[in-house]
Design a protein around this ligand. Structure first.
Ligand code: MV4
Length: 477
């Protein structure tokens, strides 16, 4: 084996040599993202180690990897979150790097620290940056000091009286957020000042129970925002850049359902400003690796919401409109290589849409584990399917219900919508219920087609009868 196969677009020899050699990567994850990382590794000429729980013995990531190690039983707490067993698997196989994927251990700073202490390369940022961004009050204050727009808000609330005084200063409605929360967990909207003390009390108790930390803060509540996030990349030499934005407002209970890139309502000026703010955010903390800066977009104003320090489910729509393999770049950046070709200015190349196909009742949204009896995925020009499914697989009940990501790329948004409708029509998944009827319904909604929707659109316009009609139409063909 050669010691290192250069990335095809890697900087030419005039650039400094990599700081760390990576030859074998352990993927501390499962499902489609484990496959996604294994594919990137294979193209980079890197060897791969899969880890798996007993219920994933026949999973595709186990077969795709060069080696595989069982790390425990089905429940995540005993397998995909079992740090000791994952590190043991890395040592046993002689892996020299760990890719955490998304979910599971991907945003646990302690895990990244342990990986580093074991002389393994963590394919992600510095644990310090994971901590700063994991604590939402610290993240907010750090961004505010760096000149990134944030909503009027507070630090950690010290008492009910403090909360009331601050809410009166900011103006109602306000939103109470848990400093240790994120992704929509531990939030409460307050519209009546009389209800604030009681709501704060309840929220503190809940946050303490859920996160082991009851710290709360207040922000002005934006009534109907869009969720727009910017993909950033940064190297270990102080360079940072953006790869445009993703629109993620189509969600239900903080679970994204469909994502697209670029955002169809951003003017060139606003895009430039938002992307510049995201780069500024990454530079402010000396960040390196891939990251996402989430913004709330309110008309033509945008505000920092959170930073995600991992590869995201929806990274593929960015890949389609930029032509960049983000996972390969994430691995390359972890070796210490400079941004190189990623320093160029990116312009959106067409339009991409991703539908998350979940194993769930499309009307009641209840997860549906079971065995897939028949499977056919769409193909053809401009269609990409990232999935760990195959005919005969049994979907275990322990993990996320996402079965596949259906991604389309087309010259413009209207053609992308048509292409997604076409691709969904070709999709056959039998044996378990999926949310494909929901997507078929969604893609026909005038608010979606016009692009004029916000974070409330899906929940506000959900029509069980219309989704059921899509499910029935699917059965009849
Ligand atoms: C907000 C907000 C309105 N105003 N903050 C939800 C996820 C977490 N990252 C923050 N979230 C929100 N924060 C203020 N000051 C509305 C949301 C929100 C939301 C944001 C993005 C996507 C979907 C959402 C659904 C409900 C609420």
């Amino acid at each position: 084996m050669p010691t290192k196969t250069p990335h095809p677009t890697a900087p030419r020899p005039s650039q400094p040599p990599p700081l760390r050699e990576i030859r074998k990567v352990l993927i501390a994850n499962r499902g489609e993202i484990a496959l996604r990382v294994i594919r990137a590794c294979r193209e980079l000429g890197l060897r791969t180690v899969a880890v798996y729980s007993t219920v994933d013995e026949h999973a595709l990531h186990v077969r795709f990897a060069d080696e595989a190690v069982c790390i425990g039983p089905g429940p995540s707490s005993q397998s995909y979150l079992n740090i000791k067993n994952i590190i043991a698997a890395a040592e046993l196989t002689g892996a020299d790097a760990v890719h955490p994927g998304y979910g599971f251990l991907s945003e646990r700073a302690e895990f990244a620290e342990i990986v580093q202490k074991c002389k393994l390369t963590f394919i992600g940022p510095d644990p310090v940056h994971m901590r700063v961004m994991g604590d939402k009050v610290t993240a907010r204050q750090t961004m505010e000091r760096s000149g990134v727009p944030v909503l009027p808000g507070t630090g950690v609330l010290t008492s009910a009286a403090h909360a009331v005084a601050e809410a009166e200063r900011i103006g109602l409605p306000v939103i109470l957020k848990a400093s240790a929360g994120g992704g929509g967990r531990g939030m409460k909207i307050v519209r009546d000042i009389k209800l604030l003390p009681q709501t704060l009390q309840t929220a503190q108790v809940e946050a303490l129970k859920a996160f082991g930390n009851g710290d709360m803060y207040i922000e002005r509540y934006v009534q109907s925002p869009r969720h727009v996030e910017v993909q950033v990349v940064a190297d270990q030499h102080g360079n940072a850049n953006h790869l445009l934005e993703r629109e993620c407002s189509v969600q239900r209970r903080h679970q994204k359902v469909l994502e697209e890139a670029p955002c169809s309502v951003l003017s060139e000026t606003l895009r430039r400003e938002m992307c510049a703010a995201a780069v500024q955010a990454a530079k402010a903390i000396g960040y390196h690796s891939l990251g996402t800066i989430e913004f709330l977009l309110d008309g033509d104003r945008f505000y920092f919401m959170e930073m995600n320090t991992r590869v995201q489910v929806e990274h593929c729509v960015t890949e389609m409109i930029t032509g960049v393999d983000l996972v390969q770049e994430q691995i390359r950046l972890a070796t210490g290589e400079p941004l190189g070709h990623l320093m160029r200015e990116f312009r959106p190349r067409g339009h991409a849409i991703e539908c998350r196909i979940n194993a769930e009742d499309p009307i009641k949204f209840i997860p549906q584990p079971g065995t897939i009896s028949a499977l056919h995925f769409p193909g053809g020009y401009g269609v990409r399917v990232d999935s760990h499914m195959y005919q005969g697989i049994t979907v275990p009940p322990f993990y996320d219900s996402m079965l596949a990501k259906l991604i389309v790329h087309a010259p413009d948004r209207q053609q992308a919508i048509r292409r997604m409708q076409r691709a969904l029509g070709e999709c056959v998944i039998e044996g378990i219920q999926t949310n494909i009827p929901l997507h078929r319904w969604l893609l026909k909604q005038p608010a979606f087609i016009s692009g004029k929707y916000d974070t409330h659109f899906l929940e506000a316009s959900l029509d069980p009868e219309a989704v059921r009609a899509e499910a029935d139409a699917e059965v009849q063909g």
